[in-house]
Write a protein that binds this ligand. Structure first.
Ligand SMILES: [Zn+2]
Length: 108
């Protein structure tokens, strides 16, 4: 039996399916490009996106990408580009001669 509602319904579902497919592919490309992720993390996110589709992409966008940015921040803080002020103990850049927090002179 022909019905306009059925036709529009099918077209709508196809468009939604296509949109879902595009967004999943976009997410997978984005995940693979993330240099902050380890291979295991990439694999986990790709699987999440494939299994949960749009919901997985949303979770990745709000949790995964934010986590990636945080990891980068943490990594740069751990890296050897910094040192600690011997007077106040605050973390300062290696190139600083004077501590910006307490004004103490840093010995080289
Ligand atoms: Zn200081």
């Amino acid at each position: 039996m022909f019905s306009w509602f059925g036709l529009f319904g099918t077209a709508f579902m196809s468009a939604l399916g296509l949109f879902g497919l595009i967004i999943v592919i976009w997410a997978i490309i984005d995940i693979v490009k993330q240099e902050r992720f380890t291979d295991i993390e990439k694999l986990i996110w790709v699987l999440i996106v494939i299994f949960f589709n749009i919901i997985g992409v949303i979770v990745y966008y709000f949790a995964g990408r934010t986590k990636a940015i945080d990891l980068e921040k943490v990594r740069s803080e751990i890296s050897s580009d910094g040192q600690y002020c011997p007077y106040c103990g605050k973390r300062i850049d290696k190139s600083f001669t004077y501590c910006p927090h307490c004004g103490g002179r840093i010995k080289k």
